[in-house]
Ligand binder design. Structure first.
Ligand code: ADP
Ligand code: MG
Length: 351
């Protein structure tokens, strides 16, 4: 296939993924509605091919209403969110949460177990200690081994429990200092929710992106598969040249976790915002990004973080053993090299 890279849409400043327009030699483009804005400290975009009931303004209203609800549920930067209230509470009694929160947290716990605990939504005390969470003041200096060991006492998905009773969902922590951080899965969950909105409205062709978490369905304005490009970090400085690997989504969810955009400098070293919960430290290996394709963006967004923490070797072994499509980029001398799992191959050939 011959791709035209001329008009591409960059999704979010922190995103490692860019979405491309269609291919050459196809039928004339159809009518497209696009909306976008800020959410979760990043950007969202929705592209609908064809009409949306009520038009563009209605689409933006509907989307922002959904995103607003999610923020009120899981933002740790909004002190009045349900998750902030849970984190701030010292009670270890069951705390009522919404069904959506129960879904996000249960799925995250399950994916975390699948990857032996390297993705862990209770990593919050360590995230805060290193200055990536909502307690940035903690990170004036590098944490001591004692501080890291203290924070690690409250980390572990076995320390939180989601329960259901008489039509209500509850979350319980075993220790008052457990702190849940859903930053790594929020974008994926949001993309799934926006995708559900469009499905309910009967939209057959769309792409939804919140930063690096993307859902697609059907085809683009030219009637071909949605194409997403995985950005090569080697090119990030050269504006307009950042497109590297075209991935055909085939109606699936796709998301990327990366270690090179959000980091702090500490003792002359770059510390990534991806934390290894076992070491209690930001990862410092050579894998800079892992992209995952799968059925929902919540699932890919949870898994990409764990696979990034593992690094490319273990991530690829796991993906090949389990038939999961992943694409990794690893620092190699002054450049970068990419490796992908067997299941990824079909997404690299666009029809
Ligand atoms: P990216 O898309 O660049 O990978 P995300 O915003 O999706 O970044 O996720 C990074 C955030 O996830 C961190 O800022 C932190 O809040 C949280 N986090 C860091 N390490 C882990 C981990 N091992 N498991 C779960 N969440 C993590
Ligand atoms: Mg993630």
């Amino acid at each position: 296939m011959n791709l035209t890279f001329s008009s591409f849409l960059k999704i979010g400043v922190l995103s490692l993924v860019v979405a491309l327009s269609g291919c050459q030699f196809e039928s004339a483009p159809k009518n497209v509605i696009k909306v976008g804005g800020k959410t979760m400290g990043t950007f969202y975009t929705i592209t609908v091919v064809g009409d949306y009931p009520g038009g563009q303004d209605q689409l933006k209203n509907d989307a922002e209403q959904i995103l607003g609800v999610i923020n009120k549920e899981i933002s740790i930067f909004d002190k009045s969110s349900i998750l902030s209230k849970f984190n701030d509470s010292k009670s270890t009694e069951p705390f009522e949460i919404t069904k959506d929160m129960a879904d996000i947290i249960s799925t995250s716990i399950n994916v975390g177990y699948d990857v032996e605990g390297v993705m862990d939504v209770t990593v919050g005390p360590l995230v805060n200690l290193w200055g990536f969470g909502n307690k940035k003041d903690l990170a004036k200096k590098e944490p001591t081994p004692e501080e890291i060991n203290e924070a690690k006492k409250y980390v572990g998905a076995d320390k939180i429990h989601v329960t259901y009773s008489y039509g209500k969902y509850f979350l319980k922590k075993d220790h008052p200092d457990v702190f849940i951080d859903l930053a790594t899965v929020g974008e994926g969950f949001g993309a799934d929710k926006l995708s559900q909105l469009l499905d309910k409205k009967g939209i057959k062709n769309y792409m939804v992106a919140i930063a690096g978490a993307i859902r697609t369905r059907g085809s683009n304005a030219r009637g071909t598969d949605w194409v997403i490009a995985i950005e090569d970090p080697a090119n990030e400085q050269r504006v307009g040249e950042s497109i590297e690997v075209p991935v055909c989504t085939k109606g699936k969810a796709i998301s990327t976790a990366g270690s090179y955009r959000n980091f702090i400098e500490s003792n002359g070293k770059r510390k990534s915002h991806a934390i290894d919960p076992f070491k209690g430290e930001p990862i410092d290996h050579d894998t800079v990004s892992v992209t995952v394709i799968g059925p929902t963006a919540l699932w890919t967004d949870a898994l990409d973080t764990g696979l990034l923490v593992w690094g490319a070797d273990k991530a690829l072994k796991y993906a090949n053993e389990n038939g999961i499509a992943i694409y990794t980029i690893v620092k190699d001398g002054n450049g970068f090299k990419s490796r992908y799992s067997r299941a990824m191959q079909e997404y690299l050939i666009c029809k």
